[in-house]
Design a protein around this ligand. Structure first.
Ligand code: ATP
Length: 591
C-alpha cells in the first residue's frame, strides 16, 4: 500500500466523529493492506515505532520537525514557526507549506507504507554526534519526496501523535471485522494483546495465521503481560462476600511494579506501563541472577526500599528518587530495594496464567524458598472479616498502603480490573480520600492573575471501557503550581485540536480540545450527581439526565502529569460509580 493511500484513510478518520464510523474506515484500511503491512499500519496508527518494552523512540522534537519542513519547502524557520504558532499543529503546517512552496512539488505519493516505517526506524536509530542534523536531513528528504496530504502525517508521526483519536480498542474491533467478518472475535484478540502487549504482533498473527493462532496464543518470554489490576471495596465483609467467604489477603506495598522475565542469563524487568526498566534496577537484576534458581520464569512484584534491620518500609517519595536516572548505582547501595513478589505467570516452559491463584502462589513460594532480596508478599488466608480488618490495621501501622485480597480460585486476568483482586486502602473507610487518575481532554484559558500563563484549568475525563470513550467528570482549576501550569500549557499546546476528539463525550466545550493522551492525579471531597458531566450519564426517574462530577477537585502530586499511565489506564466510569456507591454506604454506616 502506498503511504498516500493510507493518508487518505487517515484524512477520513480525522473527519468523522462517531466511533462506529472510525471502526468502519479502519476495517476498510486493514482489508486493503497486505499481511505484513498490517503490522506497520498498526504501529503508525498508534503513533509508535514498536511496543513500549522495545524502547525504540523517535527522539524527534517539534524544533527538529520545523527545521525539516523549512528545508523541504524553502520557507524560513521563522515562517514555519509563525505558522506553527497559529495552527498549533505541525502536520497542518507541513501540509500547507508543502502545498504552497515554489519548489518543484510532488503531487503523487512515492513511498510505500513499509518504506515510510523503515525510514522512521532509521531516523529513530540515528544517534551520537551530529545525529540531529542527520535526522533533520532524513526527515526533510521524506517531506520533499511526498505530496502535501502525506506530509501532514509524516510530520505528525515522529512526534508520536497522529491526532485521529484512534485507541487500541478501536483497532482491535476493526481487526476482528476485517479478518473474521464480525465483531465477536474482538475478545479473543484482546486476550492475545493482553498476553503480549504488542498490538501489531497480534494483527500480523491474525492476518497470516488466522483465528486458530490467536485462540492458541500463549504468554511469551520478553513480551510483558499486561498487568492484572485490582477493584476496590471499603470493608472486609464486602470483600469476603464477593470472594465466596474465604480469601488470601496480601499486604499492599507502594513501590514500583516490576515484571521479571528470565531465560538463563538473559533477564529483563518491565514497568507497570510495560517499559523496559532493567537499567534502573541493577540491584534487583543482580538479585534475580543470584537468588532465582528457575531457568525460565516470568513473575511480578513490587519493588520498594526496605530497611532490613528495622523492618521499615520507605515511603514512595523516597523510593521514587530511584527514578532519577543519575546516580543509580550509588542509590542502589544507599537504599537497597527489595522485591515483594506476588504472582508468577510462566515457569519452565509452562504458561501458568490459567492456574488458580493458590497454585501460582505455591509455585512462587517454592521458587523463592532460598531468596532474601526477593521474597513473597506477606499474606494470610482467612474467612473472618475481623481477622482481615486486623491484618489491614497492622499493615497500615507498618507503613503500608493497605491490603490486596485475592480470590483463591481465580486465574491471572491480564490487562483487566476484576474482582479477583480487591484492594482496600485506609482512604475508602471515610470520605473520598482516594485519588482519581483522570484524562485531560481539554483546557481553559486563564482569567485574572492566571491570564499571564494563558492557562486556567483542565477539562478532565474518566475512561468508559465499555464504550471506549472518555467521559468528562470535572473542570480542574486548583492545586497547580506556577511551574506546573506552564508545563501543562506547553505540553497541551502540542496536542491541541480544532474540534472535539471522536472518543470524547462532553457537554462542556473548553477553550481548546486536546487529544486524550495525558493523565493527571486528582483529589476531591466527594463524588456528586451532575447534569453537566457525561461520566456515567443516565436518565433519572424524573426524566432528566445526570452524570457524576467531583466536588472541590484539586491536582495532587509533584508531577503534573502521571507518566506511568496511559489514558486507557485512567480511573474508569465504572469505578467512579462504585466509589459513589461506597461513599454513600459509608455515610449511611456512619450515621
Ligand atoms: P494504586 O494507585 O492503588 O496503586 P493502580 O491503578 O496503580 O492504583 P491498582 O490496580 O489500583 O493499581 O492497585 C494494584 C497495584 O498495587 C498494583 O499495580 C501493584 O503495583 C500494587 N501492589 C502492591 N502490593 C501488591 C500485592 N500484594 N498484590 C498486587 N498488587 C500489589
Amino acid at each position: 500500500m502506498l503511504f498516500g493511500e493510507l493518508a487518505k484513510y487517515y484524512d477520513r478518520l480525522e473527519e468523522v466523529s462517531s466511533r462506529l464510523k472510525m471502526i468502519d474506515i479502519l476495517t476498510e484500511t486493514f482489508k486493503k493492506a497486505g499481511h505484513e503491512e498490517i503490522g506497520y499500519i498498526i504501529y503508525i496508527t498508534q503513533g509508535v515505532l514498536a511496543p513500549p518494552f522495545e524502547g525504540i523512540e523517535f527522539g524527534v522534537a517539534d524544533k527538529l520537525v520545523e527545521e525539516a519542513i523549512a528545508i523541504a519547502t524553502s520557507y524560513t524557520k521563522d515562517e514555519v514557526e509563525k505558522a506553527y504558532k497559529k495552527s498549533g499543529d505541525l502536520g497542518i503546517v507541513a501540509k500547507d507549506l508543502k502545498a504552497s512552496t515554489k519548489l518543484k512539488s510532488l503531487r503523487n505519493s512515492r513511498y510505500t507504507v513499509e518504506e515510510v516505517y523503515n525510514k522512521m526506524i532509521e531516523i529513530a536509530r540515528t544517534g551520537g554526534e551530529g545525529s540531529k542534523a542527520h535526522k533533520i536531513k532524513l526527515l526533510a528528504d521524506m517531506f520533499a519526496n511526498s505530496a502535501p496530504d502525506e506530509v501532514k502525517y509524516l510530520a505528525r508521526y515522529p512526534l508520536g501523535e497522529l491526532r485521529m483519536g484512534v485507541g487500541d480498542a478501536t483497532i482491535l474491533e476493526a481487526l476482528s471485522l476485517a479478518y473474521t467478518g464480525s465483531r465477536a472475535f474482538k475478545g479473543e484478540l484482546e486476550r492475545a494483546y493482553n498476553l503480549c502487549s504488542d498490538l501489531s504482533y497480534v494483527g500480523v498473527t491474525l492476518a497470516k495465521e488466522g483465528k486458530e493462532a490467536i485462540i492458541g496464543f500463549k504468554v511469551t518470554l520478553f513480551k510483558p503481560v499486561r498487568p492484572a489490576l485490582a477493584e476496590r471495596l471499603p470493608t472486609a465483609n464486602e470483600i469476603l462476600e464477593k470472594m465466596g467467604g474465604r480469601a488470601a489477603v496480601e499486604q499492599k506495598y507502594d513501590g514500583f511494579r516490576l515484571q521479571v522475565h528470565k531465560d538463563g542469563d538473559r533477564i529483563q524487568l518491565y514497568s507497570r506501563r510495560l517499559e523496559n526498566t532493567t537499567g534502573m534496577f541493577p540491584d534487583i537484576l543482580e538479585a534475580v541472577k543470584r537468588e532465582i534458581p528457575a531457568k525460565r520464569i516470568i513473575f511480578e512484584g513490587e519493588a520498594i526500599a526496605y530497611n532490613e534491620v528495622t523492618g521499615e518500609l520507605f515511603p514512595f517519595q523516597e523510593t521514587i528518587q530511584r527514578k532519577r536516572k543519575h546516580d543509580i548505582e550509588k542509590k542502589a547501595e544507599e537504599l537497597p530495594l527489595h522485591l515483594f513478589a506476588f504472582d508468577v505467570m510462566y515457569y519452565e516452559g509452562k504458561d501458568y496464567l490459567n492456574e488458580p491463584y493458590e497454585k501460582r502462589r505455591e509455585l512462587l513460594e517454592h521458587v523463592l524458598e532460598k531468596s532474601s532480596t526477593i521474597r513473597p508478599t506477606t499474606r494470610i488466608i482467612t474467612s473472618s472479616p475481623k481477622e482481615m480488618e486486623g491484618f489491614f490495621e497492622k499493615s497500615i501501622e507498618n507503613g503500608l498502603e493497605g491490603i490486596v485480597a485475592k480470590d483463591l480460585n481465580s486465574r491471572y486476568i491480564a490487562g483487566a480490573r476484576k474482582f479477583s483482586w480487591i484492594k482496600m486502602k485506609r482512604s475508602y473507610k471515610g470520605e473520598l480520600t482516594d485519588t482519581l487518575d483522570l484524562v485531560v481532554v481539554g483546557y481553559f484559558l486563564g482569567r485574572g492573575s492566571r491570564a499571564e500563563f494563558e492557562f486556567g484549568g483542565l477539562l478532565c475525563a474518566t475512561y468508559n471501557d465499555k464504550r471506549d470513550m472518555f467521559e468528562t467528570i470535572t473542570k480542574l482549576g486548583t492545586g497547580f503550581t506556577e511551574a506546573q501550569m506552564a508545563e501543562l500549557k506547553q505540553t497541551l499546546d502540542r496536542i491541541k485540536i480544532k474540534s472535539k476528539p471522536a472518543r470524547v463525550d462532553s457537554i462542556i466545550t473548553p477553550d481548546f480540545w486536546v487529544t486524550p493522551k495525558y493523565v493527571v492525579v486528582v483529589k476531591a471531597d466527594e463524588i456528586t450527581k451532575s447534569p453537566t458531566h457525561t461520566c456515567g450519564m443516565e436518565k433519572l426517574p424524573d426524566g432528566t439526565e445526570a452524570g457524576y462530577a467531583l466536588r472541590f477537585p484539586r491536582l495532587v502530586g509533584d508531577e503534573a502529569i502521571r507518566k506511568d499511565k496511559s489514558p486507557e489506564d485512567a480511573t474508569t466510569t465504572r469505578e467512579v460509580i462504585e466509589m459513589f456507591k461506597q461513599q454513600k454506604k459509608v455515610r449511611i454506616d456512619d450515621s
